[in-house]
Design a protein around this ligand. Structure first.
Ligand code: IPE
Ligand code: IPE
Ligand code: MG
Length: 246
């Protein structure tokens, strides 16, 4: 007896319709404080949440998940906390790269990561190179990232093309700026999530968020999981995106 053909769901677009989701992962310190634990315990639990959410992004068929891990302003924190965060980052890359690679994830970095410790820069570049040929979703980690710094770097590189005579100032357009941001080649940002109840962008993806949908949740980052991401995508699906039209 001929079995009824099953629909091939592998190549169908996900129902939520979002290609690129970015998350401002906030609330690690408050999560720890509630438990009378040191802030580093919150950051450790935050790394667990990164693992869960990266797996969920695969299940939810996102093309790109961008995670704000360390801002260009986070250097203002006590040196010990900065060192803890850099240590966790180093450990995360060393321990999780195999799984990322096995899942076909392409690791990308946005932000001025080259200003980090040289041994960390080497580790990051090797990890990015190792996964560059994969064909799965992109997980982009924002490290030493600030949108204003990103725009300054983009303007500098366009200005140097103008002064070299490769283009005129009047020729600079939106696409040129897009192409000189760290997010060049990533899909347009659809949904920007911030956890922990704060409702600000804290210098994250200011240009890219022009028409992104914003979603704020009180969940502290270490408590965020695949279900919370699916809920955000459900909310996204109900939004009426107009892009200035009707
Ligand atoms: C987010 O959690 C992680 C980083 C910014 C590195 P926080 O450390 O900002 O946690 P809160 O905001 O103090 O709770
Ligand atoms: C934004 O969170 C940066 C990251 C999540 C990496 P912060 O906790 O640094 O933001 P502010 O200081 O509350 O605006
Ligand atoms: Mg915070």
């Amino acid at each position: 007896m001929a079995s009824q053909a099953k629909p091939d769901i592998r190549h169908s677009a996900p129902v939520h319709g979002a290609r690129h989701v970015a998350i401002i992962m906030d609330g690690n310190g408050r999560w720890a404080k509630k438990r009378f634990l040191p802030r580093i315990a919150g950051h450790r639990a935050g790394v667990e949440a990164v693992r869960r959410v990266a797996r969920a992004a695969l299940d939810l068929q996102l093309e790109c998940l961008t995670l704000y891990a360390f801002s260009s302003e986070n250097w203002k924190r006590p040196a010990a906390e900065v060192a803890d965060l850099m240590g966790l980052l180093r450990h995360f890359i060393q321990s999780d790269l195999d799984e990322f690679d096995a899942n076909g994830i392409r690791l990308r970095i946005i932000g001025n990561y080259k200003a980090l410790d040289p041994s960390l820069v080497d580790l990051i570049e090797a990890a990015v190179a190792r996964t560059a040929g994969n064909s799965g979703p992109v997980v982009a980690i924002a490290l030493n990232y600030g949108a204003q710094d990103e725009m300054v770097r983009a303007v500098q590189s366009l200005a140097s093309r103008v002064s070299a005579g490769d283009m005129t100032a009047a020729q600079i357009g939106i696409d040129d700026i897009d192409a000189n941001l760290d997010t060049a080649t990533l899909p347009p940002l659809d949904l920007l999530i911030r956890t922990s109840g704060e409702q600000r962008l804290s210098n994250f993806m200011l240009w890219q968020a022009a028409y992104a949908e914003l979603y704020f949740t009180d969940i502290l980052w270490p408590d965020f999981d695949g279900r919370a991401l699916a809920e955000a995508l459900d909310a996204f699906r109900m939004r009426d995106r107009r892009f200035g039209g009707l």
